[in-house]
Unconditional design. Structure first.
Length: 147
């Protein structure tokens, strides 16, 4: 490989995008919607994962949040930090382990008035073995795990 080709390859591999931090809110690859488009207020109100509607949306932390109705939208807008999932909706167990994984809005818990999402049912089962310990670990890792 020529020196010039090696330099170009190196430059392409190590552009500034390589060092860019991950976004603070998980939205997936093709979306700009927090919590997978689920109504985060509904977890607290009904104890169920409820899909939000495109009719009731707001912007927070650079992403769109959807809600099932106008009342839930208003509650979120009054206190978004309370209703937004911990760790930007990334998997709480993964953050506790020191890395990022998608949070699935179907696998969730509320603990001490905070919404936590997990990657899958098996990961949520692990999470539930020691949620207080994992929360402590995740809090220590957040937000540096985004870097």
């Amino acid at each position: 490989m020529s020196t010039r080709l090696a330099f170009i390859t190196f430059a392409l591999l190590f552009t500034t995008d390589t060092y860019a931090a991950e976004p603070a809110v998980y939205t997936g690859l093709l979306s700009n919607t927090g919590a997978g488009g689920y109504d985060t207020v509904s977890y607290f109100e009904t104890g169920k994962a409820t899909k939000g509607s495109g009719d009731y949306t707001t912007e927070f932390q650079g992403v769109t949040w959807r809600f099932a109705n106008a009342e839930n939208l208003a509650r979120f807008e009054a206190n978004p930090e309370y209703f937004a999932p911990a760790y930007g909706g990334y998997c709480a167990w993964a953050v506790a382990q020191g890395y990022l994984a998608k949070g699935d809005p179907q696998h969730w818990t509320i603990r001490d008035d905070r919404l936590y999402l997990n990657y899958s049912q098996s990961i949520q089962d692990r999470w539930l073995e020691n949620p207080d310990g994992f929360i402590q670990q995740a809090n220590a890792n957040w937000p540096t795990v985004l870097e």
